[in-house]
Design a protein around this ligand. Sequence first.
Ligand code: SF4
Length: 326
Amino acid sequence: MYPFSFTKAADTREALTAGRRGGRYIAGGTTLVDLMRETVERPETLVDISDLPLREVTVTERGGLRIGALVRMAEAAAHSKVRTLYPVISQALELSASAQLRNMATIGGNIMQRTRCTYFRDVTAACNKREPGSGCAAREGFNRTHAILGTSDECVATHPSDVAVAFAALEAHVHLLGPDGARSIPFADFLLRPGSTPDREQALREGELITGVEIPAQPRPLQSGYLKVRDRQSYEFALISAAVALHVRGGVIREAKVAAGGVGTVPWKLPAVEKHLVGERPSQSLWAEAAKQAADGARPLEHNRFKVELLQRTVERQLRIVGGTK
Ligand code: SF4
């Protein structure tokens, strides 16, 4: 470890002041401290925001659900409103990390977490995300776990969060607070694809703080769930995951929300799959036909070609689990 300064913000104003001066926000610390130990990240000032009043889960006036940025993963997963209204969120959280980490890590930190690309965490390897312009060791290296969608010549790393896949599927919004005031942006615009600047991962302005994530009201009834395929059953990141939410009324699918994880440089929304489902009656053949479009536009690398078929099969299976087989 190296020297850095540490300050604890007593309130939001103090946090924003410190953030404006270049301080890095920290709460659970489950990602950032690891990266600092490995000298992948070297912030000069940490601003502890864990005392800010951002630990509520509330139903909004419009009937959506707002999860405060400092709600712990375990708290959100166990919350009665989350469990009953959005099982897909609870399941995604419960399938993440370990129980110890879920007790510490926050929702805001979870969506801010950085890639698990091993070259990113190896400071001797070329990595455009860690050191812009240095190259991408994963492109020519071992890239079995890397992305097949949303990649660029500069970076092919996946986003590691599970719950972010559920947020992407449900078209959540991220609430932010910064020196210029509060704003809210669609989740799809919050996490950035690598393009030519893989070191820039979120659409955050200088000194901005995540205050919460809001899931807009959904039509009811809504069946939803999260499926995670991984190399081992516990404490492992997704090779492929699928978040599915379906609104079926009168035997017809009226709304479909589908996103995949482990395949994209950001959580990957699947509009072609959704479009194929809406207006149709649930059936085995519908799930299979819709899922065929899950990998549209995929550009696999040398070691991850298997992800194309595995993505289609994972989406099909999760559609069957959530939607039934009538
Ligand atoms: Fe770095 Fe991205 Fe390449 Fe991994 S895939 S080595 S994170 S540039």
